[in-house]
Design a protein around this ligand. Structure first.
Ligand SMILES: [Zn+2]
Length: 428
């Protein structure tokens, strides 16, 4: 008993030590992401819990007693960015057979490295959708305990899928009897798997509704989980307070997943007009990862991606971008999702320019990575906007992201929960 109490006290002191002091930052410009315009000379005040307590003009906003605002008067501030589709423990240089020799502990170490890189690139919140052996749970918990540096994380643990599907691992022959951790066939087995991943720490459920690009022996357009299985998964997950993200490239799988009540469709590549109408009707988020196509085609072979994967990407990459444009023009809800881990972590912001190239205005793409992503995560009151009551998760860039969205690729200042993570503007 004494030992437990001592542990609690040590734990409290450690966490308290990692907490922010109250303070303020002064922003030359502040992007109001909801209204879509820049405000001049603003001050953001936060408390010792790392939450914003006031936002307003520098001339009239009171600072906490004895504190000077961090000077970002030469920069543009905006809320910390959110990527709703990452694989933080995945190494993009180890695809296909090269990935088979990586242990779960080694994968966790990769996750520690990538969490830091991702946060320093301006992504203060991520949703990790698929990691073996709950390595993403370990990284999330290490960050939350203040032991390592990284973004706020919602994690899924192992993704659920059918035997032989995209979320199984089909690289080894039968005599190895290998089945991936998330494989569950049939509605009740799938329900049991939902319960299992939640038991071991999942914040959300990731499933594979259709075939994929980087898996062996399947096709992105082919359905895998049935409507019946996905309905069971969605009911069970929602009952237990978790959302569900479905990997779905294929036209039929996208529609089945939406009808089943899945919360977000990942990739969405071969969506048709009926799928778009269903997404609007159900309020389902469509997440298009339209940056990584370039990386797969240029670097995939070197990374060990199978020749069949490169061929699949050649067929699907452009169609996905065209369908992104069409779906956006049709008025669906979209969140910023990049599949980081397929390409190097930290380059997440490169997708903004692709989204603008394929039909969005810069503010649309920024909203996808802030207010809209926060809504999908169920964290609309905590992240995705610089507003009172939200975490003081704030980044700053040089220049105007509404005029040139690529300034988000070189973030100069990152604050998470009132703690400065990087400040390249300090000496200026
Ligand atoms: Zn993915």
């Amino acid at each position: 008993m004494r030992k437990t109490l001592f542990g609690l006290i040590v734990c409290f002191v450690f966490v308290a030590g990692a907490q922010a002091a109250p303070g303020a930052i002064r922003c030359g410009k502040l992007l109001d992401v909801r209204a879509g315009h820049l405000l001049s000379d603003q001050v953001v005040v936060f408390d010792d819990a790392g939450s914003i307590t006031a936002v307003g003009p520098a001339a009239s906003t009171k600072l906490p007693a004895g504190f000077t605002a961090i000077d970002l008067s030469s920069a543009t501030c905006l809320p910390g960015l959110i990527d709703v589709h990452t694989h933080i423990t995945a190494d993009p240089r180890a695809s296909g057979y090269q990935g088979l020799g990586i242990s779960a502990p080694r994968e966790a170490v990769t996750g520690v490295k990538n969490a830091r890189i991702t946060l320093r690139a301006g992504f203060t919140t991520i949703r990790n959708v698929g990691a073996g052996s709950f390595t993403d749970v370990a990284v999330r918990d290490g960050i939350n305990d203040g032991e390592i540096e990284g973004p706020r994380m919602l994690v899924s643990g192992p993704p659920l899928g059918i035997t032989g599907g995209h979320c199984d691992n089909n690289l080894l022959p039968y005599e190895f009897h290998f089945k991936d951790q998330g494989v569950a066939d049939g509605p009740w087995a799938a329900r049991a798997k939902v319960r299992e991943v939640i038991k071991y720490g999942a914040d959300l459920i990731k499933i594979c509704a259709s075939g994929g690009v980087l898996s062996k022996g399947d096709q992105p357009g082919t359905p895998q989980y049935s409507l019946e299985e996905m309905q069971a998964i969605a009911i069970e997950a929602h009952k237990l307070g978790r959302k569900v993200a479905a990997h779905a490239h294929g036209t039929q799988s996208i529609k089945d997943a939406i009808r089943a009540g899945i919360d977000s469709i990942e990739h969405s590549s071969l969506i048709d007009d009926e799928g778009i109408a269903l997404a609007k009707e159900h309020g389902t988020y469509l997440d298009f990862d339209i940056y990584n196509d370039d990386y797969i085609l240029q670097e995939g072979a070197k990374a060990g991606m199978l020749p069949e994967s490169i061929e699949k990407e050649k067929k699907i990459g452009r169609l996905q971008r065209e369908n992104f444009r069409h779906a956006w023009e049709s008025g669906v809800k979209m969140a910023f999702a990049t599949d980081a881990g397929v390409y190097p972590h930290g380059d997440n912001a490169r997708q903004f320019a692709k989204m603008v190239e394929w039909g969005m205005k810069p503010i649309d793409a920024i909203q996808a990575a802030t207010v809209n992503a926060a809504d999908l995560l169920g964290w609309a009151d905590k992240v995705g906007a610089v507003e009172s009551g939200h975490y003081a998760d704030i980044i700053a860039v040089s220049g105007d992201p509404l005029a040139n969205v690529r300034v988000l690729e070189s973030v100069k200042f990152v604050m998470k929960g009132g703690t400065v993570v990087r400040n390249d503007l300090a000496s200026k």
